[in-house]
Design a protein around this ligand. Structure first.
Ligand code: UD1
Ligand code: MG
Length: 498
């Protein structure tokens, strides 16, 4: 099967420099949603991948396809056809025609209709199926809408068969009362399409080559026209403006929230969660309000996520508690660990079991072994931390010399006193204690107290006292204030006269 995705339109109403099909829904460009569905539908059987008709912002769209192919090899089968000027949907499809296999049916999708399901599209293609070759059918995905304004209407004969599609701007007032609309998604016999597209004219209200005009041509040629509808309305909703995009985002997020709850996840409020990627959950997970999950996130059984956490590309173990306002990115968290509130785990943070990372603690590219704690205000970067280590408040690994990054090693059972700077590369031996305020520039031996601190001294000291104001300075101050007030009043009086 050929799949063509029309994506050359500008999307003027978005008022954005970004082409409409690259606006994101659930963190992914609209076009990526459509391509994911197209690719899963086409499978490995097809010789050619989907064809995207590009035009407005073509360079950006191509750039996106190029980088998507780097991340997901399936995207390398996607090709593009250029529609230099946007002269309508029929004209757009015409640009892809040379790339189509005339013996296979063609499925037309829109780059700005992101949530059509594979199930619906399979149903649609089956409708045109089995009657390929000479007897190919044309299958239309239609929708009954309470408010059909703006859409092309499906005009049927008295016997119920489809006669034509009439665009809103060309419709008679009687046709405007029709509630069955064209979603734009259709499967066409390609051989006939080749002929029909070349015969299109632009003599209509918009002066465009309408793809929808091929329906009347098909009727004339005796090609059977079949229609079906999607299970849910959101599947055929297109995005033209910011409010439509935001509304579709909420519908999509609510669908994801419902899937999570069906799988047993306790959500404090299904309307207040955003999953921009994939979220895999074990049993008895609870997620409080306002959390955002990006990329691939895995939460193992019994884990609790507090309110307003952002978690990206992370794997979180069993019975972990992530307290509110924590930010995890590219992190691995072991079982029974406690994170936050206000913790930041950056890429390469690899925590073993029962590790505690408290408020305003940042961990980057560091392995922390079991039962270790950094509970307050610390930075642990490019480090290897052993088991049962206690990192005191205000501890900083000074990993960067302005040019290169260096490693800090803290062995098992070390105790790092508060406000310590570990100037990397440096090693703290097993069981070592660092006194508070230490600036460690050389390795600290195991089982000893290492301390670098200015010696504490005490001196006799008389705190200065506040000078009393004399009567003379007080009088001057009063005179100045009186003068100011008099000036102000005089000014006002002059203004009043004017
Ligand atoms: C189209 C249909 C209408 C249908 C509606 C559903 C036509 C003539 N009309 O109208 O029956 O109810 O979609 O949403 O087909 N595009 C191009 N090149 C162009 C014009 C459009 O690639 O020259 C692409 C757009 O990027 C978009 C899609 O085609 O992805 C639809 O275009 P749009 O202008 O939104 O069509 P509508 O007027 O909404
Ligand atoms: Mg549209």
């Amino acid at each position: 099967m050929n799949i063509v995705i029309l994506a050359a339109g500008q999307g003027k109403r978005m008022k954005s420099a970004l082409p409409k099909v690259l606006q994101t829904l659930a963190g992914k460009p609209l076009l990526q949603h459509v391509l994911n569905t197209a690719l899963s539908l086409q499978g490995k059987a097809s010789k050619n991948g989907p064809i995207v008709v590009v035009g407005h912002g073509a360079a950006d769209v191509k750039e996106f396809l190029f980088s998507a192919a780097k991340e997901d090899s399936r995207f390398s089968s996607v090709s593009t056809a250029l529609q230099a000027q946007q002269k309508g949907t029929g004209h757009a499809l015409l640009q892809a025609l040379p790339k189509l296999d005339l013996q296979e049916p063609t499925l037309v999708l829109y780059g700005d209709v992101p949530l059509t399901t594979q199930k619906t599209l399979s149903k649609l293609t089956k409708l045109a199926d089995g009657v390929r070759g000479k007897d190919s059918a044309l299958a239309l995905l239609t929708q009954n809408l309470n408010n059909p304004t703006g859409y092309g209407r499906i005009v049927r004969d008295t016997d119920g068969s489809v006669k034509e599609i009439v665009e809103e701007k060309d419709a008679t007032s009687a046709q405007k009362t029709i509630h069955e609309i064209n979603t734009g998604i259709m499967v066409l016999p390609t051989n006939a399409l080749n002929k029909w597209l070349k015969a299109l004219s632009a003599s209509n209200a918009q002066g465009e080559y309408y793809l929808t005009d091929v329906i009347a041509m098909a009727v004339k040629d005796g090609v059977p026209i079949r229609t079906t509808q999607a299970d849910a309305e959101f599947e055929t909703v297109g995005v033209n403006s910011r409010d439509q995009l935001a509304a579709l985002e909420r519908i999509h997020q609510l669908n994801i929230a419902n899937q999570l709850m069906d799988a047993g996840v306790a959500l404090a409020d299904p309307a207040r969660i955003d999953v921009r990627g994939t979220l895999e959950c074990g049993n008895d997970i609870s997620i409080d309000v306002g959390c955002v999950f990006e990329g691939c996130v895995t939460l193992a059984s019994g884990t609790k996520i507090g309110p307003y956490c952002v978690i990206r590309n992370s794997v979180i173990g069993k019975d972990v508690v992530v307290h509110s306002y924590s930010h995890l990115d590219g992190a691995k968290v072991g079982n029974q660990s406690v994170i936050g509130p206000y913790a930041r785990l950056r890429p390469g943070a690899d925590l073993s079991n029962d590790v505690h990372i408290g408020n305003f603690v940042e961990v980057k590219n560091s392995k922390i072994a079991a039962n270790s704690k950094a509970n307050h205000l610390a930075y642990v970067g490019d480090s290897i931390v052993g088991s049962r280590v206690n990192i005191g408040a205000g501890t900083i690994t000074c990993n960067y010399d302005g040019v290169n990054k260096h490693q800090t090693i803290i062995e098992d059972d070390a105790f790092i006193g508060s406000d310590t700077q570990l100037v990397a590369p440096v090693r703290v031996g097993r069981g070592a204690t660092l006194g508070a305020g230490t600036t460690l520039t050389k390795d600290a031996p195991a089982n000893q107290l290492t301390i670098s601190r200015a010696k504490q001294i005490s001196l006799p000291w008389q705190r200065p006292t506040k000078k009393e104001k004399t009567l003379a300075t007080k009088k001057v101050a009063v005179k100045k204030t009186v003068k100011k007030v008099v000036k102000k009043v005089a000014k006002k009086a002059v203004k009043g006269k004017k």
